[in-house]
Write a new protein. Sequence first.
Length: 307
Amino acid sequence: MVSGQDPSADVVGPRYREIEVPVRGGALHAAVWEPEEGVEDAPTLVAIHGITSSHMAWPEVAVLLPGVRVIAPDLRGRGHSNDLPAPYGLQSHADDVAGLLRYLDIQVATVVGHSMGAAVGVVLADRHPELVHALVLVDGGMPLLPPAVAEPEAMAEAVLGSAAQRLEMTFSGRDAYRAFWHDHPALGPYWSDSVAAYVDYDLEGEEPATQPRTRVEALQEDIRELVDGEALITGLERLRHPSAWVVAARGLHDEATPLYPQAAREHWAQQFPQLSVSEIEDVNHYTIVMGSNGPAALEKTIRAALV
């Protein structure tokens, strides 16, 4: 049995706890890293993961911020929130995160979002502006160029490759799932205890028939909004919070071409001149938040954005 296993205590650290928050259709699962004892008036950072990820993308970032309360949900359809019903979409995710902050009586927070989580952050800031102090958009948040695919349901595989294909696969257990990710070019060469905990958390069911936690229908509904979704475009057009856009030097498969090539960066920077744009070298789309170089480089940007 793999479901319900706790993440490694060495990875998440002693400040970590998990909570369940009532939202539409059930309970949203989330993690909280409380500030270290003795820290008064600690700022809050809400960390929003990517499209097939979970809150376990964030421990490397959270441990660098001991004086900060870090709140990280498992989005609807992912992680231990994967039983929450449709509709999914950026507006649903933004409202879930707003409900999480209000449940915890957080008046205002800085938002850091990775990949799709950055787009959720943009929509959260538009729909619930009073809850947001500033945005840090990490290799996401700007619309993606649509891949050359004929059918909308093929879009996820065209963009994410094996990371999307795995959602319809069955694995014999933890070792088989770890082996799958060891073969992924963006994570395998950068394996660490944090990556192992991230991978283990993503598996549910009973051996020898375990599955990843992200719902296929959630992925398919959400990825379409990342190309030309009205909520994202509207949120960007009405962007009124201090916003930093931090991009990775390499792509989703550790390839030299990043998710946002230079032409895309220049286009969106021109469209939204209030964005501050920077690149982190020597990271790909995953290791910008889960490697060693990425979180360390993000720390300065996050601290500058905190309340």
